[in-house]
Design a protein around this ligand. Structure first.
Ligand SMILES: *Cc1c(COP(=O)(O)O)cnc(C)c1O
Length: 354
């Protein structure tokens, strides 16, 4: 250690740009301050001469960027005297809400689409003691139900329709610019409910107004089977292996369009095959293990790079949103099988050298 001051988490580090939270109400797991890691081998696959960095949000305390916003939402719920929080979730929001609620001593209810949530995320919500309820319906329906249920004020909704979530998540812009020493030309990320692209764009524009430096083009990518923003129409039955972005009616739809249009960016679709290819490349070329949805931003850059659609951008940052261990079943499924041999030196030598 060099004697640097220890990191204090999003609410305290970014106090000046966040809604007020009394210090006694702060609920933190010291989220944020995630690594920005250069990815030269992947960059070379995207476009010659491109400089690419990965903002590894899977290193947040519960393994996704949701923690950045959850610390603000739960702290403000505590400050407001709430006794309970509730969310609909494709998984990571519930994992994060459950952890922060546990830490705050609040009750937490999470409503998930039945059979569509990765095992690691479900495990998190359960072990942190949330009341987990699966509904026979998709995420969009679950969110509709939660919004209505919470109208009487018994619980604070901590989905990204809660503006405190957006406020917390906008901090990624400052962290990226500080680590890079400049604003990137492109900021790529997956788009599901579109809270994160809305938040990142809010961060970039506020930072630009405060300190200058400009703003990146926002490059958002939806899964082809769940691409309502790309097609300009709700998707009733969204389909993709990338469960974190399996959303047919994004709550922050308008925010995503604003981010795209005001930044001169794009919101495009990538197929599940392209997502899995990018997911495997992240792991095998860069040593970065993410969950499938997290690879959608890279899949998009690979796709646009191949068609010359990056307009000569020099520096790109891709937010990789969640940790690979959230969904270990997928990792095993897309990887080659392993071999079992007798406990015998020759057999082992043959197998290792194969
Ligand atoms: C929530 C989530 C997304 C999608 O973010 P939105 O704000 O819903 O667009 C993408 N990847 C992961 C890992 C997530 O948890």
């Amino acid at each position: 250690m060099t004697g640097a001051r220890p990191w204090q988490g999003i609410c305290r580090e970014f106090r000046d740009i966040l809604p007020p939270v009394p210090d006694a109400a702060v609920v933190t797991l010291l989220e944020g301050n995630t690594p920005l890691v250069p990815a030269p081998r992947l960059a070379a696959r995207i476009a010659p001469g491109l400089e690419l960095h990965l903002k590894i949000e899977g290193q947040n305390p519960t393994g996704s960027f949701k923690d950045r916003g959850m610390t603000v939402a739960v702290s403000r719920a505590v400050a407001g005297g709430a006794k309970a929080v509730i969310c609909a979730s494709t998984g990571n929001t519930s994992a994060s809400a459950a952890a922060y609620a546990a830490r705050a001593g609040l009750r937490c209810a999470v409503v998930i689409p039945e059979g569509q949530i990765a095992l690691g995320k479900l495990a998190q919500a359960m072990v942190h003691g949330a009341r987990v309820v699966a509904v026979r319906g998709n995420f969009d329906r679950a969110l509709e139900l939660v919004r209505t249920l919470a109208e009487d004020g018994t619980a604070v909704v901590v989905n990204s329709i809660n503006p405190d979530r957006i406020e917390g998540q906008k901090t990624i812009a400052w962290e990226i610019a500080d680590a890079l020493g400049r604003v990137p030309d492109l900021h790529a990320l997956p788009v599901g409910n579109a809270g994160n692209i809305t938040a990142a764009w809010k961060g970039w524009t506020e930072r630009d107004r405060a300190t200058g430096g400009g703003t990146p083009r926002m490059m958002g990518f939806q899964a082809a089977g769940a691409a309502p923003i790309v097609h300009g129409a709700r998707v009733e039955d969204p389909k993709t292996i990338a469960t974190a972005i399996k959303i047919g009616n994004p709550a922050s739809w308008r925010g995503a369009l604003e981010a795209r249009d005001a930044s001169g960016g794009v919101i495009d679709a990538v197929s599940d095959d392209e997502i899995v290819a990018a997911y495997r490349m992240l792991a095998s070329l860069e040593g970065v293990f993410v969950e499938p949805a997290s690879a959608a931003g890279l899949a998009g850059l690979l796709k646009l790079g191949a068609s010359g659609g990056l307009n000569g951008a020099a520096v790109a940052v891709a937010t990789v949103t969640g940790h690979g261990l959230k969904d270990p079943e997928r990792a095993v499924q897309v990887s080659g099988a392993f071999e079992t041999v007798d406990a015998d030196l020759d057999a082992l030598r043959r197998a290792v050298l194969a």
